[in-house]
Design a protein around this ligand. Sequence first.
Ligand code: HEM
Length: 412
Amino acid sequence: MAVEMNNFLPLILFCIAAIISSTVFFQRKKCGYTTKRKLPPGQLGLPFIGETMEFYEAQRINRLFEDFVELRVAKYGKIFKTSLMGLPTIGVNGAKANRFILSNKFKLVISTWPSSSVQLMGRNSIMEKHGDQHRFRRSLITSSLSCSALQSLVPKICRAVQLHLKSYWHGKENVILYCSTKLLTFTSVRVLVGDQCGARDVGDQCGARDVGKFRESSVRCSCSTDQHPWIWIFKGEESKGDNSEDVGESEHDDVMKTKKEGEELTLENVKKMEYSWEAARESMRLFPPIFGSFRKAVADIEYQGFTIPKGWKVLWTAYGTHYDGECFKNPRRYDPSRFQEFVPPYVYVPFGGGPRSCAGYQLAKFNILIFLHYVVTGYDWSLVHPQESIIMYPLPLPSQGIPIYISPKTPK
Ligand code: HEM
């Protein structure tokens, strides 16, 4: 029996090898690997695995740019090929590439999301729709966040923020900013869908749980993009060394002076918080809450003398321009004043660009500024751990949740 098995073993191994190599060959042919056209330089790595491990490891330690993108840009140039999660992918970098990929109206590329995100958002969500169906859904969202809609949303957001601070900051000596802003994000969403305020009951459900988790130093909470900028603004400001002295406090004081006690902010007031918005933008330049995203080529694309074959993924990242010295002088330096100069389109892209750019941009902006206003006018604050590191889970998160010391503001 053993002898018979030995006779068949080479044949079995040969068959397995033939099946694997023909599968890989046809898979590669289907994806255009064997095309005569010129693919961008780069490595596809091992079959199926590709360079996924390098990508995730770089992302995990918050060095996606340095350890993945920058290395390849230095070696191959701004457009390179790689293979991620079993799919051949072209990485593109720079404002021109951003414009090319992000502005085309579904003719060359469509957006594509991991199946987990699709399950979460649903097959009928805007992210899964293209062409007319996308346009229709997008128009519903943008009209609900139009200027007049925002006009009525601003006082509601103000009330939600004030109630949140009263419930979770009042009388405390420290708060965990991540948990606080996360709670507030839930509340803001409830305000958006018409529920006037739910700060207290949302808090009862998840506030204590999150605080406990951070105390154990195990960051496992899910998160939305919305709370990140608040966190980065606080971190960015303190990294300058002058914390609560300069999140544009004087402009907040100016707005306060025009208000009677208890009177809420208006859209016009919020628009005047220009310096704070520069600080927020700078924070999102250095730490884009969404590093970039994937598109899928729906036709063979000729770009910069290379072919991006139909079916391949295209990865654009915000780092490709945010950390480029040609786009921003001293790109690693925190300097909100750089936004006083004109920034060309597709250079600053934390909210994406083109027909798929963030539909909630204005809402995010107002949420950030209103929260900042009530914090800097109501509290003095400083970071508990000024050197706190950022981890990726899978979006950037402060490793200890950014605890801050707070005390009620002393009148000047
Ligand atoms: C600071 C906070 C936020 C950031 C950094 C952000 C970032 C982004 C980015 C980069 C995209 C484009 C993704 C791509 O091109 O593949 C996007 C799309 C989108 N965002 Fe945001 N977002 C934020 C807040 C919000 C809020 C508060 C809403 C809620 C209204 C929202 C709703 C959307 C929608 C609906 C899309 C899809 C648009 C489309 O496919 O046409 N975002 N966001």
